[in-house]
Ligand binder design. Sequence first.
Ligand code: SAH
Length: 396
Amino acid sequence: MKNHTGKIKLLELTFSELVSELKKRYGKGAHHAAILFREIYSNGNIDLGKSPEIVRWKKLYVQLCHDLKVNLNPVVDTIKENGLTKFVTRLKDSLEIESVIVPMATHNTLCVSSQVGCKMGCKFCETARLGFFRNLSVEEIIGQVFTAKFIFDVDIRNVVFMGMGEPLDNFDNVMQAILVMEDQRGFDISKRYISVSTAGLLDGIKKLAALNWPQINLALSLNAPNDQVRSQIMPINKVYSMDRLREVLMDFPLKKNGAVYIEYVLIKHVNDRQEHAYQLADYLKPLRAKLNLIPYNRRTDSLFEAPSEQDVSRFLSWLVEKKVFVRKRSTKGLGIRAGCGQLGNYALLNSSACPKTPLPPGGVGGGKGNLLISFTPTPTLPQREREKQSFRTGTK
Ligand code: SAH
């Protein structure tokens, strides 16, 4: 990314990294870096030739044209509903990723992807159906913010890593992307407006804690009140139990009055009983946590049922009774499959451009990365019916 002779990937560098790169290569520094940053992050211009000021650098301009690389991938599809915009970006290798711009009362939030597909295999999640293709580069992550800001002309205040993929499974690129995003001369999106959501990769949470960034928001997708339920719907739980997760969360550095966010996707007949609410309240007791209750969005070929409004209110009231700090998250974007867990470009699987390693028999997650968990086969239809029953009755 940054070696002396290779290309400089501009969208992967913080301001100070660019300054030292320009110093090393051309004996230039902050002045030139500031102009390059302004062109990109304030003017949305990635074509240096369009800036008369940069063209006037003559010899340096010619060198930069050769050495700098800014690759912005095209948007190939845009779907809008209720002010919410989902856009699909086609990457260099023809894989596609999805991002969603969510307008809030006072600002806009961008939901970004961190991987193409995902290895986690959560049973309720659309992205999991894709299996895992590859990690996104820093440039591909930053490109999503650039596209929202300059192609869709939307001011982005918050960024949430809740799109496709498991951000802590692409740790280095996600952390570098956060540093680039928060650069005051760049997008200037402070860490307190950035959330990293994880299915519970324990080592990743520890690594994030070790960075000691108390401003960053960590969200854990817990989604279950106990290990038995969690292991049924999230294979990662067979590797890292809820108790171990909680220990690590208790050590996570938080800002004053800060909290860890716990996401709980409420799925009918799976994790929606009164005893579940009480177990969840007990689990959360030792933590400084805020709970987000997310009504399940049915994925394609779903094994599970979405809860009714009534189911959600009932579950909420049990939690409130136990004094849990809880909010219900809205289900915006369901119609365009842009709700939580609905990002997953299923057409990818049938695409001839798809370079993915074929799935191993009986499992998703057979891509190039380390396979963390063993997966159960995608069920056939009669088996699916049986599974539905066992979730209801709690038998296996
Ligand atoms: N891998 C990360 C980020 C992607 S999922 C993680 O697991 O946190 C983003 C959020 O969407 C998570 O909280 C997840 O639990 C939730 N989610 C996934 N599938 C969903 C579905 N079908 N309905 C509602 N929420 C879902």
